[in-house]
Design a protein around this ligand. Structure first.
Ligand code: BT5
Length: 271
């Protein structure tokens, strides 16, 4: 396939200028929006920028990502411009580090709101923050903390499938907004809506000292999360499994199943 940005009219390039004009505003969270043609991983790039002292609010979007990373050493793959691959850098001042676990969930809430509003599909979250449409994965989020002295900071990366076609899906239980019947799968309005929603939720949460209840975040997360109240299988990093009902999300954003709280795990929704 040619790499010219104009060969696939369903996949137009993003305009850095237009994104900056709309999003980098006085007293706003977003300090710069950069669009690059290609990189290995936007999360790795922003982690490096954070270590080099970059300020909060930097956004990096890649038109093509060659070594996109998922959680637990997994990969994120996407054809060029068939999705959004981006990362943001946050430095939550006044929030205890124990509350940082809410940031990937917060990003999931913002992404769900944006996708529901612009694409008009029934998007829900699977704990912690996979975005599902019709039980198929349409987006994933990877949050990485940078410790002091360069931090505390958190890089949040989002991969969202917008116009992938069936034969381009990396696995059969994946989907894209276009495949799910979105009324709009254009990347620019979805990115705007996501970054606006993310800024609003982040500022509310940070100004509440990271409190998930005072900020309303836990309630919003529970509203969008299809895992809660369901029978699930929890796969733990050590290979063990726990089966039971997902009863809720605790004060640190961990999923509670059979009175046990899990922070790093993969959840499977059972019928
Ligand atoms: C995630 O991990 O879902 C987090 C993905 C975060 C990717 C973004 S892109 C921008 C930023 N820069 C990065 O380097 N990363 C972030 P996890 O829950 O571990 O899911 C990974 C699994 O999802 C893989 O093992 C695949 O099976 C599957 N997968 C890979 N690409 C996919 C895609 N485009 N759509 C659906 N599933 C995918």
């Amino acid at each position: 396939m040619s790499q010219s940005p104009y060969t696939d009219l369903e996949r137009p390039p993003l305009s850095q200028r237009a994104l900056r004009r709309a999003l980098v505003v006085p007293n706003g969270l977003w300090t710069d929006v950069r669009v690059v043609a290609e990189t290995g991983s936007t999360n790795s790039d922003l982690a490096k920028a954070a270590r080099d002292g970059a300020p909060e609010g930097l956004v990096l979007v890649a038109e093509r990502q060659t070594t996109g990373r998922g959680r637990l050493g997994r990969l994120w793959t996407s054809p060029p411009r068939a999705g959004l691959t981006l990362s943001v850098l946050l430095r939550p001042v006044g929030v205890d580090i124990t509350r940082f676990g809410w940031l990937p969930l917060l990003a999931g809430v913002a992404l769900t709101e944006a996708v529901r509003r612009i694409a008009e599909v029934d998007a829900v979250l699977k704990w912690p923050n996979d975005l599902l449409v019709d039980e198929r994965k349409c987006a994933g989020i990877l949050a990485e903390a940078i410790p002091p002295p360069a931090g505390p900071a958190v890089v949040i990366g989002v991969g969202l499938n917008t116009t992938l076609r069936e034969h381009e899906l990396p696995r059969p239980d994946a989907t894209s907004l276009a495949l799910a019947g979105a009324v709009c799968a254009d990347r620019a309005p979805i990115l705007h809506a996501f970054l606006r929603s993310l800024a609003a939720w982040y500022e509310r949460w940070r100004d509440a000292g990271g409190d998930p209840d005072a900020s309303g975040l836990r309630e919003a997360y529970a509203f969008h999360c299809a895992t809660l109240g369901r029978e699930v299988l929890v796969h733990l990093p050590d290979g063990s499994q726990v089966r039971g009902r997902a009863d809720g999300v605790d004060i640190d954003g961990r999923i509670v199943v059979e009175s046990q709280a899990f922070a790093a795990a993969d959840v499977v929704h059972l019928r």
